[in-house]
Design a protein around this ligand. Structure first.
Ligand SMILES: Nc1nc2c(c(=O)[nH]1)N[C@H]1C(S)=C(S)[C@@H](COP(=O)(O)OP(=O)(O)OC[C@H]3O[C@@H](n4cnc5c(=O)[nH]c(N)nc54)[C@H](O)[C@@H]3O)O[C@H]1N2
Ligand SMILES: Nc1nc2c(c(=O)[nH]1)N[C@H]1C(S)=C(S)[C@@H](COP(=O)(O)OP(=O)(O)OC[C@H]3O[C@@H](n4cnc5c(=O)[nH]c(N)nc54)[C@H](O)[C@@H]3O)O[C@H]1N2
Ligand SMILES: [Mo]
Length: 783
């Protein structure tokens, strides 16, 4: 497990007052300094202008869409960091692995591991060995094939995906996995927007957001809930600024005063460089962590009351009658809403909620945006249903300037799902896959991320293969996840950079280094382009332009196709001679080699399999790409089980902690990309040179008998009675509600119980972790 910080490190950490604005020229300067450090000046000058430009590569930072007219320097500080991280000049080569044993590397922090750089060669850790050693690609594929083909059933293998994988790689990968014979395709989405997918599929019939960039800019009212765009989706601030210029009101619903939502200095505009920038949020509702379900029920109740007081003025009756069902039962349930429970759950004053309800009534076009502050709770699915119902009341879906906007994380996480990276595939998808590939895909549902950990723990999951990501650090319950991975016969990580998952191996382990999105992908039939889908369902292409980090790297697509050939056997030749062999393996006669030589072949198969990709090749050639169909947005058609948008009834619930304990949300600093740590500062929140901090309300600090600057252990309190511990956190007084604490992910993942997940989506509830503080040492006064 990651080494805990030492006293010396604790002393370097210092805390200043938080910022009141985001971006500005300082952000540009910081980004360029970082780029220069990782890439060198010449390389940076060549790389950065290609970011999010037509003909260049898609920013691996986040899934926020590109504006139609790309600004000459359409990049943000954190996008530049994401690119620099990949384009770094630092290398993890065979000599590195010869110098450092796996045990030694396991003692490094995530920051140290990530900063070591790009992996240059395929590496193997053989059973019982202390060090990784180089292995030839063909030998690596043969080793995996042996293990996979030796399993009692294909369901003993687990194939994880992180959301940077291109459409082409994801599509080929899921086809291979299903040809092999399992739907065990967990992904990072299981830990990210699974709750959104589930709730939106139930209520509007499609698990994706319904707005475009134009809608955001045309809205009257934008409610940004549980999201910190200043850090995690900085380009969204430009859209919010544009909306604001068009007269929109913006409301932030967040326990924390996130800088990006207070004031934005757009570094791409003169006013942002020399002026004070734009005040973005008109209102900030500082609610308790997990008060959102109660808030949206209360807002809807106020809308219903206003309609009762002045019938025909508030609700969109025509829309409700024509396009929805469940309204009567749902509004009756809200008639019994308990206001005391609402105020206790939210921690807000009734007047604050009433003020927002008035804004909602005054708005003709409302958009609600949300991210992890909503999805990572036990009642996340119910909360999102209530957000949908609130919008349905005034017909705020399927018309310009209005709708649901779950803001995705990884740059292609939405596309990976569209391509079939899903443990519960729809039968219609499998039918089309069979027609396109000529094999019978398995029908039984596979394992999601949490179920996969349980299967490995219990010995039913024996081979773990990861297409990107850093499962060991990103998954909940770090100790349990590590034990599960170590219990595997083989773990395989397809990676760009060194990370924690490489040092939490199965009995044997492989690292398969791959090209990043910024790099030229040269195949037999020329340099390849790939495609990605952004958070708003726009598909466009991405072309790497940099020289690869090593001449040993092959693309994710090539890895999948060569692996498929090794595992499924040669085309047209059965392997029935094997003991227990079952004749020709499914997918053996798919022309995997040809797919890897020319990705147009894969796009042609995608076109045959996935609706909405008709004339795929021609349409990605158009500037800006094309929009995938979205029935609620396009035609107010709701492909739910009833064919209508659905008001669904939910009990009022919220996370609560016993006396003396707190609800801890685990969030991102400004200087990280998920488990990749760029640096040790969280500039907007005033934290410098350290990450092991816990933000608490000053009154809670006093009441619990602590002082600011104390160093404490965080002790989890869970139903299963297991004591979960994260050591040495500095207590920081911060503007967060009483009872709501915050600390960074992934340092706090050891505290998230594996079984603490959202109802209906099984997504880890990593924003409502019950913890206590345990004293270990008093703060040392600064010298
Ligand atoms: N630079 C950078 N960009 C990224 C990432 C990154 O790590 N770094 N990660 C990417 C990924 S995969 C994702 S999913 C997104 C994540 O983007 P975000 O969801 O913005 O990420 P978090 O830091 O988890 O922030 C959660 C926000 O929700 C608030 N919050 C917490 N609990 C609650 C609650 O109960 N109610 C409400 N209303 N608010 C709450 C927190 O105070 C915080 O502002 O960003 C993507 N973009
Ligand atoms: N406690 C807590 N836990 C969380 C969260 C939280 O808010 N709190 N957030 C959750 C969320 S929203 C998410 S999305 C997950 C993230 O889970 P993951 O997606 O698994 O994790 P990342 O940190 O994004 O993965 C980073 C690694 O991906 C590899 N990589 C980068 N680019 C590429 C590429 O192009 N190809 C390949 N093959 N590999 C690449 C690099 O080796 C890098 O080390 O974590 C989840 N876990
Ligand atoms: Mo995410």
């Amino acid at each position: 497990m990651p080494r805990e910080s030492t006293n010396a490190e604790d002393r370097k950490l210092h805390v200043e007052p938080p910022h009141r604005y985001a971006a500005g020229v300082e952000a540009v300067a910081i980004a360029l300094r970082y780029a220069q450090k990782q890439m060198g000046v010449a390389h940076a000058v060549k790389t950065l202008p290609r970011l999010n430009q037509p003909g260049g590569f898609d920013c691996p930072g986040c899934a926020w869409p590109d504006p139609r007219k790309t600004h000459a320097a359409e990049f943000c500080e954190n996008g530049v960091k994401a690119v620099s991280e990949e384009a770094t000049r630092k290398r993890v080569d065979p000599a590195f692995f010869a110098r450092h044993s796996v045990t030694e590397l396991a003692g490094w922090t995530d920051f140290q591991l990530g900063q070591s750089g790009r992996v240059t060669h395929p590496m193997v850790l053989r059973e019982g060995a202390t060090h990784y050693e180089p292995i030839a690609w063909d030998d690596a594929f043969a080793l995996i094939a042996d293990e996979l083909n030796g399993l009692a059933t294909p369901d003993e293998a687990i194939f994880y995906t992180s959301g940077r994988t291109s459409n082409e790689a994801a599509f080929a990968y899921q086809a291979f996995v299903r040809a092999f014979g399992t739907n065990n395709l967990p992904d990072c989405s299981n830990m990210c927007h699974e709750s959104s997918g589930v709730a939106l599929t139930e209520t509007i019939g499609i698990g994706k957001g319904s707005v475009t960039l134009e809608d955001v800019e045309a809205a009257d009212l934008l409610i940004v809930v549980g999201q910190n765009p200043g850090t995690n989706h900085p380009r969204m601030l430009s859209s919010l600024e544009a909306a604001k210029r068009n007269g929109a009101k913006i409301v932030s619903v967040n326990p924390l005063p996130e800088a990006g939502l207070i004031r934005f200095r757009n570094p791409q505009k003169p006013s942002g460089v020399v002026g004070h920038g734009t005040a973005l949020a008109d209102r900030w509702l500082q609610l308790n962590v997990n008060g959102d379900l109660a808030l949206f029920q209360a807002l809807s109740r106020l809308l219903l009351d206003a309609e009762d007081a002045a019938p025909g003025t508030v609700l969109d009756r025509d829309f409700i009658d024509a396009h929805t069902d469940g309204f009567e039962a749902w509004s009756q349930a809200l008639a019994a809403l308990d206001w005391d429970a609402v105020l206790a759950a939210t921690g807000l004053a009734r007047a604050e909620i009433e003020a927002l309800a008035r804004m909602a009534i005054a708005s003709e076009r409302t958009v609600v945006c949300w991210a992890m502050g909503i999805t990572q709770h036990k009642n996340a699915v119910a909360t999102i249903r209530e957000i949908v119902s609130f919008l349905l009341l005034r017909g705020n879906i399927g018309r310009p300037g209005a709708g649901v906007c779950p803001v995705r994380g990884h740059s292609n996480v939405q596309g990976d799902r569209t391509m079939g990276i899903y443990e519960k595939p729809a039968p219609a998808f499998l039918d089309r896959l069979r027609a396109a590939f000529g094999f019978e895909p398995p029908r039984e549902h596979g394992l999601d991320s949490v179920e996969a950990i349980r299967a490995m723990r219990d010995g039913h999951g024996k081979v773990f293969f990861a297409m990107g990501g850093n499962f060991a650090a990103a998954a909940p319950d770090t100790e349990a996840t590590a034990a599960a991975l170590r219990n595997c016969r083989l773990t395989v990580q397809v990676s760009t950079k060194l990370n924690r998952s490489h040092v939490v191996p199965g009995r044997a382990a492989l690292i398969l280094p791959t090209l990043g999105r910024t790099e030229v992908d040269m195949r037999a039939r020329g340099a390849q382009v790939v495609t990605v889908e952004d958070s708003m369902g726009m598909v466009h292409h991405s072309r790497g332009t940099l020289e690869p980090a090593s001449d040993q790297l092959i693309s994710e697509v090539a890895i999948v196709c060569r692996l498929a050939r090794a595992v499924l056997g040669p085309a047209g030749v059965g392997d029935g001679a094997d003991a227990g062999g079952a004749g020709v393996r499914a997918g053996a006669d798919v022309p995997w080699e040809a797919l890897a030589d020319d990705y147009r072949e894969i796009r042609s198969l995608i076109e045959q399999t996935v609706p909405g990709f008709e004339r795929f090749e021609a349409r990605i050639a158009q500037p800006g790409g094309f929009a995938l169909p979205h029935p609620p947005r396009d035609s107010r058609t709701f492909p739910t089980t009833t064919g209508k948008a659905r008001f669904l009834v939910n009990p009022l619930t919220h996370a609560s902690a016993p006396t003396g304990a707190l609800i801890l949300q685990t969030l991102r600093s400004h200087d990280q990309y998920n488990t990749t740590i760029y640096g040790l500062n969280d500039r907007y929140r005033g934290v410098k040179a350290g990450r092991r901090v816990v933000f608490l309300n000053a009154a809670d600090i006093a009441e619990l008998g602590f002082a600011e600057g104390d160093v404490v252990d965080l002790v989890g309190e869970a139903a299963d009675g297991v004591e979960r511990l994260a050591e040495r956190f500095r207590v920081v007084a911060y503007d967060t509600p009483r009872g709501s604490a915050a600390a960074y992910y992934p340092e706090t993942n050891p505290l998230v119980p594996l079984d603490s997940t959202a109802d209906g989506s099984n997504q880890p509830a990593s924003k409502s972790v019950v913890v206590r503080l345990r004293r270990i040492a008093s703060s040392t006064p600064a010298s």
